[in-house]
Design a protein around this ligand. Sequence first.
Ligand SMILES: Cc1cc2nc3c(=O)[nH]c(=O)nc-3n(C[C@H](O)[C@H](O)[C@H](O)COP(=O)(O)OP(=O)(O)OC[C@H]3O[C@@H](n4cnc5c(N)ncnc54)[C@H](O)[C@@H]3O)c2cc1C
Length: 454
Amino acid sequence: MSIDSPLTITGAGPAGSLMAVLLGKKNIPVRVIERRPDPRKHQESAGRSINLALADRGIHALKQAGVFESVAPLMVPMPGRCIHDLNGQTQFIPYGQHNDEVIYSISRNELNNVLLTHAEQLPSVQIQFSTSCNDINFEKKELLLEDEILRRQIKLPFSFLIAADGANSPIRKSLTARLQSETSINILPHGYKELTLPASATGQYQLDPHALHIWPRGGFMLIALPNIDGSFTVTLFLPFENSITAQDSFNGLKNKEHIKHFFHKHFPDAAALMPNLADEFMTHPTGKMSTIHTSTWTDQRIVLIGDAAHAIVPFHGQGMNCAFEDCIELDQLMQQHDLMSAFTQFEQLRRPNSQAIATMALENYIEMRDTVRHSKFQLQKALSFKLENLHPKQFIPRYSMVMFHHEISYATAFHRGQIQQSILNELTQDAETLDQINLDRATALIHSKLPPLS
Ligand SMILES: Cc1cc2nc3c(=O)[nH]c(=O)nc-3n(C[C@H](O)[C@H](O)[C@H](O)COP(=O)(O)OP(=O)(O)OC[C@H]3O[C@@H](n4cnc5c(N)ncnc54)[C@H](O)[C@@H]3O)c2cc1C
């Protein structure tokens, strides 16, 4: 691929900055336009300190881009879930069964900063902070920018544009208006709020750091992911409204007394370790979550990637991992084809995968907040591991395919996952323990329904 004028990327979040690294390493001239000021010089506002689960797909992409070594020191391994019941009893459920089947907690800001630093060190990459790109003049091939400091409008000619400007992407809006295509935004009736569970006075973790902690309560849940400084970022996922028990909803938690009562009732062990709980709850923003489908990602000169193309709810911990996978696939296509056909093929290749992970992410909310507590779920999880050991080329638990096998596409994981679930349901229908499972029947079902993975 050769281009004579710089390729423009809008958005220097995880996707935009990784894309800049990948292209910059090939000496392709890249200009990145980012609305926010440089995050390495400005602190994020309170309550937006998301830490994320980084998994095999994201790690693979970071390795391909040659930046993994700078990211690795920021990662805290989480080999499983630690489930907290109402009495404070905990149960550890491993995510996988092999030593390398681990997901990692990482600060989104820190990860983004590493990627920006790598991108900026490349001579062909130029990053322009505090500049938003709000619209496009398609006839003149100009981006309409605004300098966020001087409040000045700027017109910037562009030849090709990669839009990585997130779930509210203004480029997506311009593109869909231009192409008269459609975007559906399904906002979840549940929101989220980030809180802190600090390190102890001596700087120690107050919960097991090697787990993703979950307090599943049926209709809602609390989770906590470890940070490298001994603290945990805690996130409450809760409906905005609740017509049956009003106080089990964001709208029902109106003052500090409500908040303390709610936490002591549902999450007493966590509340005891969160001294600033009520103050943080009152001051931190409540976030919305949505699944976005847009019917067209490209007009051949512009392509959407990451959340701009396909934002998903966070319950499979895959939004950023998927965005990183987008970057790798687009980079590979750009090496093999001219840009117009690379953009078109990118959409064709990625759309089935983004749709599959969007569905799995929604399904996983129910698993995390509810089914994970049930004995049938735990029996099926144990049986999945057993079947994987017996038939490793045919049966890999769906969670493992998504989180630990970047070589298996999301679409394949979704499709095989449905078949596997029907097998698990049949085998555990009348069973309560693993020894009651008919393994001959299991083998027959697997051979008849699941072709070996290539
Ligand atoms: C609560 C929560 C938990 C999550 N947990 C996980 C997890 O565990 N694992 C995981 O993989 N993913 C997780 N995600 C999803 C993940 O955060 C996103 O998928 C990821 O950040 C998408 O990256 P992106 O670069 O596409 O978009 P963004 O991160 O949204 O970045 C977009 C960038 O574009 C910039 N921008 C926006 N508008 C403009 C404009 N007009 N002009 C110029 N620049 C602009 C923004 O400032 C930003 O820097 C979670 C999300 C949430 C909300």
